[in-house]
Ligand binder design. Structure first.
Ligand SMILES: C[S@@+](CC[C@H](N)C(=O)[O-])C[C@H]1O[C@@H](n2cnc3c(N)ncnc32)[C@H](O)[C@@H]1O
Length: 361
């Protein structure tokens, strides 16, 4: 069930969890998007509280302040934390998900997710670069959004369109329970081979399947046979699915293809299902920022959409707000949450804009 109210939003990351004497210690950072103060942290594993022995908050974080993510948040220079967990390191299972939830002066914040002692092999750097860079950190970031913003439960039938090398599937492989399923679809055979090789090493990997769409994409699959607007997702989802993920896919699809994919998603989504989608949305604010050179990507307007490069439009494509909203509505979907990204140079949660969608009727 998609939460009607969002937690206090903030950016953060758990860097590591290591043995510390007879206990475990974890380090990370968290800063709220506004000026709410972090008062403490609660840690849990599979819904059970993990007791804390001690917590150091508000530690200096010049590295985070330097990162800036296009905008410097109020607490950027003192947002590191160090938590000592009052449990033996060995008691925290392999390939599990730790939740680290900040308590703030405005209430509970978005819980960070940490993938603990992963048992799957790491793809090589070239494979990780092929989907834009970043692996575990991106998996952790988006696992938190799936759960906290879009209400993904541990038992779900999940479809991911544009799954790449399976970095979102990595987070899901540690989170989804036994009665769940995951199907990932992509146009890049090499990326799918990486995803299969990575997740196959996991005992429960049988629940995960990765399938090829031989669809043309000028940047990712120039030899593809089908056109994106011909894809029928029902051929890949035997039953209805509870959750659909499309991260950084609409950013590579022309408007007609984007609209077709949204309609196809609606056709396979259960009536009480949810979707998490990212995009670069061109509205009055982001257009002004782009024209003023404040956007992280130098988009310019083409034929009803915006691209970074005219010779490679599918390399990075931003949609007009009106076009995207019309496509969502025409697909029979509605926006439950819309959370701006920081790509446009203003305060945002993730780099891209986030949309949580549900069937409209
Ligand atoms: C930036 S990557 C993101 C991959 C993945 N969503 C992630 O965040 O790790 C974009 C992905 O979309 C895939 N893609 C491009 N066009 C597609 C299409 N028409 N149908 C499905 N996937 C597509 C690419 O092959 C690539 O793996």
């Amino acid at each position: 069930m998609i939460p009607s109210q969002l937690p206090v939003l903030g950016r953060g990351h758990v860097d590591t969890c290591v043995p510390a004497g007879r206990e475990a210690a974890l380090w990370g950072y968290f800063q709220t998007l506004g000026d709410s103060e972090v008062l403490g942290f609660d840690v849990s594993l599979a819904g059970r509280d993990v007791p804390l022995h001690s917590a150091a908050l508000g530690q200096p974080s010049p590295d985070i302040a330097a990162l800036s993510h296009c905008t410097v948040l109020p607490a950027a220079d003192r947002c590191r934390f160090h938590l000592n967990l009052a449990v033996p390191f060995e008691s925290l299972p392999e390939h599990s998900v730790l939740t680290v939830r900040p308590r703030t002066s405005s209430g509970a914040a978005l819980g960070l997710r940490y993938l603990h002692r992963l048992t799957t092999p790491r793809p090589d750097d070239a494979a990780i670069r092929s989907v834009g860079g970043g692996y575990e950190a991106v998996a952790q970031e988006y696992l938190a959004y799936m759960i906290e913003l879009a209400g993904l439960p541990a038992k779900a039938r999940v479809l991911e369109v544009g799954c790449g090398i399976g970095r979102m599937a990595l987070g899901l492989s540690a989170f989804l329970g036994e009665a769940s399923s995951y199907v990932g679809l992509d146009v890049m055979p090499d990326a799918l081979a990486v995803a299969r090789a990575t997740l196959a090493a996991r005992a429960a990997g049988a629940r995960f399947s990765f399938q090829h769409l031989d669809v043309y994409n000028g940047w990712y699959n120039p030899s593809g046979v089908l056109r994106a607007r011909e894809v029928q997702l029902a051929s890949y989802a035997a039953d209805k699915v509870d959750f659909i993920l499309m991260t950084s896919l609409l950013t590579h699809l022309f408007p007609e293809d984007m609209a077709h994919y949204l309609a196809q998603c609606r056709a396979v989504l259960a009536p009480d299902g949810a979707m998490l989608v990212t995009s670069w949305i061109m509205d009055e604010r982001t257009k002004a920022a782009t024209r003023a050179g404040r956007s992280a990507i130098a988009f310019h307007e083409l034929d009803g959409y915006w691209v970074e490069s005219e010779s490679n439009p599918e390399g990075a494509l931003a949609h007009e707000e009106a076009t995207l909203l019309t496509a969502i509505d025409a697909a029979g979907l509605r926006i439950v949450h819309r959370i701006p990204g920081f790509w446009s140079g203003s305060v945002g949660l993730s780099f891209q804009d986030l949309l949580v969608l549900a069937p409209s009727a």
